[in-house]
Design a protein around this ligand. Sequence first.
Ligand SMILES: [Zn+2]
Length: 98
Amino acid sequence: MRLAAEPLCRMCGAEGRITPATVVDHIVRHNGSEALFFDYENTQSLCDAAPWRCHSSRKQSIERRGFDTTIGVDGWPLDARHPGLSGGGGSAFRVDRA
Ligand SMILES: [Zn+2]
């Protein structure tokens, strides 16, 4: 279980906050894909209670921008639609910024 393995909100943790997670979020929207829905590595623990409401704010941000701004553990955006990942793969982009 994700919440048992990761009891604290990942987004809060990235900003130095210690907040208990209350929901399991799919990092990449599964859109009906069973493979994504059941992929443990595609889940993260988030809080969805005051004051941070990371889960709600993340979903709203994605709806508004059209892409996910979540940054992965490697420091790069998780969503291929992120404008920082032009052309997919991102290797050329990484070299440019190195
Ligand atoms: Zn949070």
